[in-house]
Each structure stands twice: as C-alpha cells, then as structure tokens.
Design a protein around this ligand. Structure first.
Ligand SMILES: [Zn+2]
Length: 146
C-alpha cells in the first residue's frame, strides 16, 4: 500500500490524485503504484468460441461415433482433438494387427482387410452406445451433453 508523502497515512493506489486524509495533491509517485486498465486483460469472446458454447448434442455424438468412430469423429465434435487422433491411431493399429497377418498368411487375400475393417467398425459401433447410456459425458468446455 502506498503512503501519503504529506501525512504518512496508508492510502490506496486509487487515491493517486488526492490524499483522502489531508487533501494533499499527488500523495505518492504514481508510476510506482500504477493502476492498470483491467479491460486490457479481458479477452473478448471470439466468433468460433461463440459457436463452441452451443450445447453439444448427445445424439450427434452417437451417430458420429457409430458411423465414423474409427476416425475419432465423435471426439473431434466434442472438442477432444488429441483424443480423437488417439482413437484413430488405436483403430489403425487394431486394423493392421488383424488384417496384415490374415493377408500374408491365409488364403483370404484382400478380404483380410474387410475382416480387419469389420472388426474396428463393430468395436466402434459398440463403443458409441456409451453416448446413449451415460449421463456423465461432457464436452471439452465441461458442459454436459444434451
Ligand atoms: Zn495525506
């Protein structure tokens, strides 16, 4: 807290023009206790943030997960970009682990990839029901799905 140069009373930084105790003008060196314009530190809401404040729909998340879940689409929709990429990566690994051995070591040929693809799509379809049955899923902004 600054002190008045004239009377020595403790005053606030907002009393920089005049001391409320003795009426002394410029009671302290104002550059020492600068008052900041708080509006400069407020971040204004950007247009894309306004969009993100919209409530994410549970059914849209379900549909995205059901049909395009192997790419992590439902995660992107809810704002979890990193998690979506992980989901896509995990799907690709499971796909490869199933398809490649079948392709190289069985008579399945290109059907091996259909099998691998089928497995990851079915897994992702089953996973998508979490959006229907769980009430605790939130989007990236922490809002519950409606
Ligand atoms: Zn004073």
């Amino acid at each position: 807290m600054p002190k008045c140069k004239n009377c020595g009373e403790e005053i606030t930084k907002f009393d920089k023009d005049i001391c409320p105790y003795c009426g002394y003008k410029k009671p302290f060196d104002s550059n020492e206790y600068e008052t900041r314009d708080v509006t400069q530190t407020i971040e204004f809401i950007k247009e894309d943030d306004k969009y993100n404040f919209k409530i994410k729909k549970r059914f849209i998340a379900f549909l995205l997960s059901f049909f395009l879940g192997v790419f992590g689409s439902d995660c992107y929709y809810l704002g979890f970009v990193k998690e979506g990429l992980y989901k896509f990566l995990i799907s690709a690994v499971i796909f490869s682990v199933i398809s490649l051995p079948l392709f190289f070591y069985t008579e399945l040929s290109y059907y091996a990839f259909v099998v691998g693809g089928g497995v990851i799509f079915i897994l992702s379809m089953l996973l998508s029901f979490v959006y229907i049955f769980s009430d605790t899923i939130k989007d990236k902004k922490g809002a519950f799905l409606k």
